[in-house]
Design a protein around this ligand. Structure first.
Ligand SMILES: *Cc1c(COP(=O)(O)O)cnc(C)c1O
Length: 351
């Protein structure tokens, strides 16, 4: 090691799913298989590029107001960022500043550990139970903050709002972040609770249900006091996080409620059909409420199946980590993409 390297901040980075540039059936990073709202296309086509000379609105007012309208909250309860990864990272930096460990599940979004390490936040993972469910009692101990996704990833399991509320209620001495990247496919959002609990922050994204992973838009909704702390951190880091195109397209996407709801319906229908098909082929799967299914086959090794799928141009996600070494996470694609997946699986398990 060079002398100067002793002073370098070393981090073990998050490893994102592959983004192959050739045409494959891409069921590995939970993107939406359908295009964004036609209003987004129109906005891009009509965009005033002269506007790009100028810095974008640092307050992101138009987008914040559109989201506030959509969710029936006040604009001062909304914070927007460059995908929910940016928003979550900002939340870690802002809200998790205690000597006590933050708590999150052992099997969950692997970025939490990375941010905790990056910002030197102590953390303690809480084991999901044998059915891969969050045990709410585990979050009753002293802590420096709590974060979990609902539905959880990569399990897809959605916990009812009562349970989420209990975790928030028992932790009023710390901030509780509920990462709702997939909640639109699932059920009630914890946003219903934000006027009741000042320590709750709910984070969502345009990447999954709104088909805009490439545009990078995420947001947090919570008490104005929390939002104001988030803004202080943001303005101490980078005032212009959101680019002009994202601000304009984000507003158009939020305004198209009908297209959004139709899209959800298609994914949910395909997901439920895919569960039945997986069951018929002998897979065990968790009862996902998200746009992916976490599945294992008792007779076939997951890594081998993952490689075989990939060789045939079908990408799914595989980690091979403790407790989930026999599971694959399969994003719900279009009906046609899923037919192609099942055509392959039928042959594979038939062998
Ligand atoms: C996809 C995902 C995110 C991040 O999505 P962005 O594209 O950064 O908005 C956050 N949390 C979970 C659990 C996710 O699966």
């Amino acid at each position: 090691m060079r002398e100067f390297e002793k002073n370098i901040r070393k981090v073990e980075p998050y490893v994102p799913g592959e983004q192959p540039q050739n045409k494959v059936i891409k069921l590995n990073t939970n993107e939406n298989p359908y295009p964004p709202s036609p209003r987004v296309t129109k906005a891009l086509e009509e965009m005033d590029t002269d506007r790009l000379r100028l810095y974008p609105d640092p307050a992101c007012a138009a987008l914040t107001e559109a989201l506030a309208d959509f969710y029936h909250v006040k604009p001062e309860q909304v914070f927007v960022g460059v995908g929910s990864d940016d928003v979550l990272s900002m939340c870690f930096l802002t809200f998790f500043n205690s000597e006590k460990p933050i708590l999150f599940p052992d099997i969950t979004y692997s970025f939490y550990k990375v941010w905790a390490n990056l910002y030197r936040i102590p953390y303690e993972c809480q084991k999901l139970n044998g059915d891969f469910r969050i045990v709410k009692e585990d979050y009753a101990k002293e802590n420096g903050g709590v974060i979990f996704p609902n539905p959880n990833a990569p399990t897809g399991i959605y916990e009812e709002l009562d349970m989420v509320e209990e975790i928030v209620r028992r932790n009023q001495a710390s901030v509780v972040i509920v990462d709702e990247a997939y909640v639109d496919f699932a059920g009630r959002s914890a946003m219903e609770l934000i006027d009741k609990y000042e320590n709750l922050i709910v984070v969502q994204t345009f990447s999954k249900a709104r088909s805009m992973a490439g545009m990078r838009i995420g947001y947090a909704v919570g008490h104005p006091r929390l939002i104001s702390y988030l803004n202080d951190a943001k303005y101490s880091f980078n005032s212009y996080t959101m680019n002009q195109a994202a601000l304009v397209c984000g507003v158009e996407a939020v305004k198209d409620r009908e297209y959004f709801e139709e899209g959800l319906h298609k994914i949910i229908t395909t997901r439920e059909w895919a569960k039945v098909r997986l069951g018929e082929l002998g897979f065990r799967y968790l009862d996902s409420s998200a746009n992916f299914i976490f599945a294992a086959h008792p007779k076939y090794d997951a890594r081998e199946l993952f490689e075989a799928l990939k060789e045939n141009g079908i990408y799914v996600r595989y980690w091979g980590s403790e407790r989930i070494e026999q599971y694959l996470r399969i994003t719900v694609g279009t009906r046609e993409e899923m037919e192609a997946l099942f055509e392959f699986l039928e042959k594979y398990v038939g062998n």
